[in-house]
Design a protein around this ligand. Structure first.
Ligand code: NAP
Length: 348
């Protein structure tokens, strides 16, 4: 029996786009038919090395023509790429998505946006564990931000177990991605003065039953975010610290380690761990929870988790394609297929 192979275009081949492209390329039920760059730059070399056809983000002939003198074989503009695609994963910088959505709809392709776009623009959002089935066969969705994805990974299983949850969290955010040279702060702690911040409430676009608020600060680091979370469980929840840890151990894409026993007590060591186990780009798709930082005190649960901002959303994009294209209705089956294929490219 032949399986359907979904033709995927990547619009925006930057930090997220290059990772999503590799994760899709590793799967047997989807293929990359092209990636876009706005202009010839060093990122084009990666696309060429991977063998991904290179397109221009725009259709203007002079922008397409600019690639050849720099030594790149540009196959055409975005319209030509979309004409051959079943679905496009938009990995453009946040807030340019709205203008792209109309282009995708006019081209008749399904679309996925990233967490830099607002839920009101897409009308539907996605995390693998949170609402895969609601995304089945829809025309488009938004894979939520790295922070919302991270919150969803640990909170949704708790919601399923307890029936309701009330959550306050503080997001200690990296100032910039490692490849960014124009962001900060470099020697300050910068509170997000819009309170509550958008991060926590964004979880409710996935599971509105979780009542959640957040505050955020940006700190001078580039490698991970940390969440300090306080969750109130409903009375009569019947959980213990140990049973919550067991629940998370059973979840895909959550790693739990004891800081005191392993010596992994900071985000620097978490990232070193990711590099040690051979992850491409040193990525960690899983959410990292410190076992010895988890405590249930009566109805109040305290815990810390670390988020690798550039990579936790990557496998979610693959699962979102399966949902939109109607390829797999069981989120657990999709997650396991996605992660097995990615483990192969990681050499694991
Ligand atoms: N970085 C993270 O940690 C992270 C985590 C989760 C979600 N996200 C979200 O993912 C999205 C992409 O972020 P990113 O960090 O990957 O950004 P990025 O590294 O700046 O990459 C953006 C890419 O989009 C291209 N581009 C620029 N204008 C475009 C347009 N009008 N249409 C299509 N493509 C365009 C750029 O092309 P050139 O390379 O030619 O300039 C670049 O390749 C954002 O919504 C962001 O909020 C980011």
């Amino acid at each position: 029996m032949s399986i359907m192979v979904v033709k995927v275009a990547i619009n925006g081949y930057g930090t997220i786009g290059k990772r999503v492209a590799d994760a899709i390329d590793a799967q047997d039920d989807m293929e990359i038919i092209g990636v876009t760059k706005t202009r010839p730059s060093f990122g084009c070399d990666l696309a060429v090395r991977k063998g991904f056809p290179l397109y221009c983000t725009f259709d203007e002939p002079e922008r397409i023509a600019a690639f050849a003198p720099a030594g790149y074989d540009c196959k055409g503009g975005l319209s030509e790429l979309l004409a051959a695609a079943d679905i496009v994963v938009d990995c453009s910088p946040g807030k340019v998505g709205a203008q792209n959505k109309q282009i995708y709809e006019d081209a008749g392709v399904k679309w996925i946006f990233q967490g830099g776009e607002k839920h009101v623009m897409t009308g539907l959002s996605y995390t693998s564990s949170g609402n895969h089935s609601e995304n089945m066969n829809q025309s488009g969705t938004r894979v939520v931000s790295c922070n919302t994805t991270g919150l969803s990974r640990t909170l949704v299983p708790l919601l399923r177990k307890c029936g309701s949850l009330s959550v306050e969290c503080t997001m200690i955010r990296r100032a910039a991605d490692p490849g960014d040279s124009n962001k900060g702060p470099i020697n300050a702690i910068k509170p997000v003065l819009k309170v509550p911040s958008h991060h926590g409430p964004d979880v409710m676009t996935i599971r509105p039953e979780i009542s959640i608020n957040s505050m955020a600060v940006a700190v001078p680091t580039t490698i991970m975010h940390v969440h300090a979370i306080v969750a109130t469980l409903p009375q009569g929840h019947g959980m213990t610290t140990e049973s919550i840890l067991d629940l998370w151990h059973a979840q895909p894409r959550v790693v739990i380690m004891n800081g005191a026993e392993t010596g992994i007590t900071t985000t620097a060591e978490v990232m070193e761990f990711a590099r040690d186990i051979g992850r491409k780009w040193g990525d960690l798709h899983e959410i990292f929870v410190w076992e010895d930082g988890v405590k249930l005190d009566g109805d109040t649960l305290y815990y810390f988790q670390a988020i690798h901002q550039e990579s936790d959303v990557i496998p979610e994009n693959v699962d979102a394609i399966r949902a939109l294209m109607g390829l797999e209705s069981d989120w657990n089956v999709s997650v396991s297929k996605t992660d097995k294929a990615i483990a192969t490219y990681n050499g694991l």
